[in-house]
Each structure stands twice: as structure tokens, then as C-alpha cells.
Design a protein around this ligand. Sequence first.
Ligand code: SF4
Length: 318
Amino acid sequence: MPPPAPRTVQQKVLRKAQITLLDWYSQHARDLPWRRTKDPYAILVSEVMLQQTQVDRVIPKYDEFLRLFPTFQALAAAPTADVIRAWSPLGYNRRAVRLQAIAAQIAECHGGELPEDMKTLLSLPGVGEYTASALACFIHGQNVPVIDTNVRRVLSRVFRGTASVAPMEVRTIAQWALPLGRGPQWSQALMDIGATLCTSQRPVCPQCPLELYCQAAATFRKHPAVAERRAAYGKRQQPFAGSSRFYRGRIVDCLRRLPAGDSIAVTDLGTTVRDDYEETHSEWLIALVRGLETDGLARVQETSATNASTAVLRISLP
Ligand code: SF4
């Protein structure tokens, strides 16, 4: 049974909006390397890289990564330390370990073929609703909604104006608005609109193909600052510098710089990643290192130092 149509939008208007957007996409689609391939492995790599990283930073790394690890099997068989090194400078390094775990499961349990059904896709390590939908849609051509931040913002504005929209409602709208048989192009078009015209702070409504059908356009034309205020409100985040994620990234960068197979003592690591490091920070540092070990990003070994009564922790890439 199809989801209920949003009250304020007529089916006829939706149909026109679909035709307009798909037509716009056929002429203005961004030329992205992962849109030029049908290789499931390459598309999976792009999807994992694009989580939390901007397109222009992903493009050069995507090509290099595929050269180093061209198939599921090659990635699965590679030393994890090499995969983590190759991931630099994308950040969120856990994604590299997760991608390798996905490749290993596909190589070992699925004969090197990416599964097609959502349930099996969701059983891959660390694959959630978004990634499973993106793989089903962009690789297997299934007509399922793919809802990332950009798609969520565009759909909310077009069909609900400037009001906040709950995630479940966006999902209902996304399912309802999906044009039959054109899911992949529709989702990519929404992503392109969200990335280039309907940005969180400065929507460029006069240039947008959806302006005629969009419930937010009139407000943004009259009060452009509304988008800026809402975006600023939504961005009340902790500062990155000084956060745990910041120091985890620094530790992994330090480990990447070690010669292959080398390790570093935890005390030396402390002074490398933090200028003001002192003895009192050791507990904090060990907790970070243990967290990286749990996430598969580091190996921790206890060794007995010469002339020392206590064990020394030494850290390396896995
Ligand atoms: S008309 Fe404006 S608010 Fe609506 S989708 Fe386009 S850019 Fe976004």
C-alpha cells in the first residue's frame, strides 16, 4: 500500500515536479566518477567515502584507493595497516576498517558479489539504512528512497516549507514522491539540488528547477536570512579541535607515519599528539588508544622495558 500523500500537495503537482526535476538532472547532473561506473565495488567505496566527507575531497582519494585495492577480494586480503594508511586524509578512519570488513564478508560469504536484497545488505558490517538503500538503488537500480542530509533538506523544503520535519515524515514523503522506475535518477537529482542550489544556509531559489513547486521558496525569496538562522541553529556542535575525535585522528596520523611494522611507546605518542602532554594525561591517552584498538584502528602491546618495573604500552597500526 502506498504511503499517504502529504495533505498540501496534489498528485498532479507532484507529477509535474518529478518531470521537471528529472529533465533538469538529464542536463545538469554533476559529472562524478562513481556515476560513470557500474562496478558495485567502486560504488560501495564511493558511498562509504562520501559519508561525512565532501565530494571534492573524496574524488582524488577515490581514484587512488581503487588503484591500490581494485576489488572486494584485493581489499579483503590487504593488511589493515595499508588500508588505514591509504584512507588518509579523509578522516573518520573507522570507515576504512568497516569498508574492509564489508569487503571480507562479501568475498567470503557472497562469492564476491554484492547482495541485492535490503535485508542482506543491512547484515553487512556497519551498513545502516542509508547505505543499504544507496547500494540497492544506485547499484541494483531498485526503486527505494535514498535519504541523505541533502535529500532530507530538499524534500522538507519542497513539501513542508520552512517548518521542521520529523525524520519519519520525511521518509513518508520520500517514499510517496519517488517516481516509478526512476528512483536512482530522482535521488541523485535531489542530492545535486541539495549540494549546489538548496544549501542549508543560502538556497538559490530563482535558479532552482523546483521553485514553482516548492513551499519554502516564497519565504526564502522574501526573507533569505531565515535559512541562515535555521542552519546556524542546527549547527550548535562541540568544537572539533580538542575533542576526542580530534585526538583520535592525530593518533592515527602519527601511527601512519611510523615505518611499516614499527610501534611507538604510549609516552612518546602523548608528546607527539599533544604539545602540553604531561604525566597526568596518561589515563586519558590510554583510554583513547584502547578505543582505537576496539575499533580495529590500532594494535596495543605490553612490553617490559629494560630496567623498569612496569610494563610499557606500545602502539602500532593493526
Ligand atoms: S526552490 Fe529554493 S528552497 Fe525550494 S528546493 Fe529549490 S532552492 Fe530549495
